[in-house]
Design a protein around this ligand. Structure first.
Ligand code: 4AD
Ligand code: MG
Length: 449
């Protein structure tokens, strides 16, 4: 491989002549000058061509370069705080690698639908670049957190014989002469792995055939799922808050430039430190009933509209998107809502011995209205209770035979959680829709490019 200097390394090359390889992001010219902004994936810099010092051939190349033409540029690195990235390249030579004609995404404003159709090119723009770099950092922070704490990474399968989260949103596929489903969650496999390794996590794509076109739903999303043997609900909550704190603070520390590009209010992120807020389901309902009254009487039309959707299913039902939004906008740190009614939660959650009809679970709601980012619980460890819960959920025991074995051979209390990467990226980057948080989003009405 040829060694080109990454633009991001210019700080180590001030005064030196370097060669960079990238694409033209933007170009403007005046009488004797061309200003060519080049991006190379690591960063951007302005290359200045001062024509009186350059050959006619170079002047002609500068003239021919378009937006996204690939170029190799040689020049001297100069420190200049006023320029993008704080440096400038005094161009001495330039070569076109390949021309780009009529690039569809111009620097002017485009609608989201158009940009989504051109997602494969949109990734090159400054904002998308910042978001996906932050995503990369979030993924790195997630892995670091668990690896540093003695967790073993165990990969879960994607083809599965049974539902993990309920039967309503499964993608069915043909698997030779039988049916299989795309995994909704790796959790059940992590429960088996936790009995082998103690502390484990999986990190992979998961699938939900949800017919909901909301700003928080994808049909394919990434989830990290830790699972720990001998861990109960209270410790699960502590693990989750330490985990989220560590991911957010990693981004604050390592993505200053990207957060600036997105105009993210970093002060709000700096506050994300454990302990987070805790509210029982019952307390959350009281809080929401209060807000419903308050918002209904508000002068603000948006709040009055929101009031209509608060506790829409009534107390006893699952909390909805509006409920999560209201809880989020009224708190400066995540809120962990625990002990939901059993009927609204998945079959594997442990019944609360102290409150009949409730399960030992929690959802973590992000602040600022970004909704649920974590679903969590202690798991039912008793084989008979678990069998009756599977049947009650309308599923047959047969495909769960292996899962029930976990309770048959040395069952222990165990807990875990799942954090959705895209909603976490949306919150940290302050994006209103999850579609920009993943390189190639899959939604009900989107499978291209
Ligand atoms: O609450 P969920 O469904 O929990 C589980 O799947 C558990 N088995 C996890 C576990 O305990 N190991 O999903 C967990 C998280 C949600 O809080 C949300 O962040 C994300 O996954 N999520 C989605 N993200 C984008 N699009 C969707 N359709 C999502 N559904 C869930
Ligand atoms: Mg959930």
């Amino acid at each position: 491989m040829k060694e080109y200097t990454p633009i991001a390394d210019f700080k180590n090359h001030v005064g030196e002549e370097v060669t960079i390889a990238g694409w033209c992001y933007n170009k403007r010219s005046s009488k004797k000058l061309y200003f060519i902004i080049v991006r190379d994936g690591s960063a951007m810099c302005q290359c200045v061509a001062f024509l009186p010092n350059l050959s006619e051939e170079i002047a002609k190349i500068c003239e021919e370069i378009n937006q996204e033409t690939s170029v190799i540029v040689t020049g001297k690195v100069k420190k200049d705080d006023r320029q993008i990235g704080g440096y400038e390249l005094e161009l001495t030579n330039i070569k076109i690698v390949s021309q780009s004609v009529d690039y569809p995404i111009s620097p002017k404003e485009h609608g989201v639908a158009f940009l989504m159709e051109n997602r494969h090119l949109w990734l090159r723009s400054k904002r998308q670049h910042a978001i996906l770099r932050i995503r990369h950092n979030i993924v790195m922070a997630i892995r670091n957190f668990f690896n540093e704490r003695g967790f073993i990474n165990v990969d879960a399968p994607i083809f599965t014989p049974n539902a993990a989260e309920g039967t309503t949103n499964l993608f069915e596929t043909e698997y030779f002469d039988q049916k299989a489903y795309l995994s909704q969650s790796g959790q059940l496999y992590m429960e088996a792995a936790a009995m082998a390794f103690g502390k484990v996590y999986c990190f992979g794509p998961t699938f939900r055939a949800e017919k909901s076109k909301t700003r928080r739903h994808l049909t394919e999303f990434w989830m990290v799922e830790p699972e720990v043997a001998y861990m109960e609900l209270a410790e699960d909550m502590e693990l989750a808050e330490q985990f989220v704190e560590s991911v957010v603070q990693h981004v604050v520390k390592n993505c200053e430039e990207e957060l600036k590009t997105l105009e993210r209010d970093v002060e709000k992120l700096k506050k994300i430190k454990a302990p987070f807020y805790r509210m029982s389901y019952d307390e959350a309902c009281e809080f929401l009933a209060q807000k419903k009254k308050e918002y209904a009487a508000s002068d603000d039309e948006e709040k009055r509209k929101l009031a209509e959707d608060i506790l829409k299913g009534g107390v006893g039902d699952d909390l909805g998107a509006a409920d999560e939004t209201v809880i989020g906008i009224n708190h400066d740190k995540p809120v962990m809502i625990h002990r939901y009614p059993s009927e609204v939660k998945a079959f594997y959650m442990k019944e609360d011995p102290e409150h009949k009809g409730r399960v030992l679970c929690f959802d973590m709601i992000a602040p600022e209205g970004y909704g649920e980012i974590i679903g969590a619980s202690e798991r039912e460890a008793d084989i008979e209770v678990l069998e009756s819960k599977i049947k009650k959920a309308g599923m047959s025991l047969e495909p769960f035979k292996w899962y029930l074995d976990i309770r048959r051979y040395g069952s222990v209390p165990h807990s875990g959680f799942g954090l959705g990467i895209e909603r976490t990226v949306a919150w940290i980057c302050s994006l209103t829709h999850v579609r920009e948080t993943i390189p190639f989003p899959r939604m009900m009405d989107k499978i291209w490019p």
